[in-house]
Design a protein around this ligand. Structure first.
Ligand code: GLU
Length: 295
């Protein structure tokens, strides 16, 4: 008797085990839907970034510390100040939390957002599809484009003149790739940051520095001899800046985007903009673009 029952039972158990195995191993691959459906429960259990920041009472942001006037060290106070800091201060004030500013470079800002050591990267960063793999971006909060900075009497007036020449820029920037596309015959030297690239220009080690025009204006006009330098030629790219945000944190991203739009609508954005880029500053850049405003 036992024998006759055992066989079907074994088969039944084997069949159930196989179905369970197939269910477990195939569902996530075959049906992306199933994998996605599982996510909200996990997310509901964990606090989202917006809640976490509020609970912590601190918004931790990454800003450049040597890019005038976006983020640089104020010699009087030894604090990082600049346009990007003020935008972040506005976000922190909206949340009613303190602001903690960490220094980032072009190469470290995306990994730092991805690893969660900063909540926001406000760091002269162009939002690009190619950069969207491991972090998300806000809507555009600043608009610029790439140019070159050269010595006044150095005989270089455009990117065309850079064939066979060395050009300095920063590691991890869009500028590295854009200049190679615009002038395939130049040699790109990538430095830790733009001040180092500018030093190389002063020492005659590169024929030009290339990056976004306002960063070049910051280098030129914070130099002791601004008239020695010229921002030359046409724009070789469009560089719309986005705030770097943690991946898949839609409440946090909504908050950031809504706050940027609010600043633009109520005139606070323009006040901050004019403080750093207005006509009375050394870094005048007319505000000619319009923030994307959702109705
Ligand atoms: N906006 C460009 C970028 O995101 C150049 C400036 C920078 O290196 O931060 O790469």
């Amino acid at each position: 008797m036992l024998k006759t029952f055992t066989k079907p039972l074994v088969l039944l158990v084997a069949a159930i085990a196989l179905m369970a195995f197939m269910g477990c191993s195939q569902a996530p691959e075959q049906t992306g839907q199933k994998a996605e459906q599982a996510a909200p429960a996990d997310q509901a259990a964990a606090k989202d970034r917006l809640e976490a920041v509020k609970e912590k009472g601190v918004l931790t942001v990454g800003v450049k510390d040597a890019v005038v006037p976006f983020g640089y060290v104020d010699e009087a106070t030894n604090q990082i100040i600049g346009f990007d800091v003020d935008v972040c201060k506005y976000l922190a004030d909206e949340l009613g939390v303190k602001l903690d500013v960490k220094a980032v470079t072009s190469a470290t800002r995306i990994p730092m957002v991805a690893q969660g050591s900063i909540d926001v990267a406000a760091a002269t960063m162009t939002h690009k599809i190619a950069r969207d793999d491991v972090i998300d971006f806000s809507i555009t909060y600043f608009m610029d484009g790439q140019k070159i900075l050269v010595a006044k009497d150095g005989g270089i007036t455009s990117v065309d003149d850079l064939a066979g020449k060395k050009v300095g820029t920063a590691k991890g920037s869009t500028s590295e790739k854009n200049i190679k596309a615009a002038q395939p015959e130049c040699t790109v030297l990538s430095f830790e940051g733009y001040p180092q690239a500018f030093l190389a220009l002063k020492q005659g080690k590169v024929a030009a520095v290339t990056t976004d025009s306002t960063i070049l204006l910051g280098l030129k006009n914070s130099d002791e001899n601004p008239d020695n330098w010229v921002i030359a030629g046409d724009y070789i790219s469009a560089e719309p800046y986005g705030l770097g945000l943690p991946e898949n944190e839609s409440n946090f991203r909504d908050f950031v985007n809504a706050t940027l739009m609010k600043m633009w609508r109520n005139g606070d954005y323009e006040k901050i903009y004019n403080k750093w880029f207005g006509q009375d500053t050394k870094y005048y850049l007319p505000l000619t673009w319009q923030m994307e405003l959702w109705p």
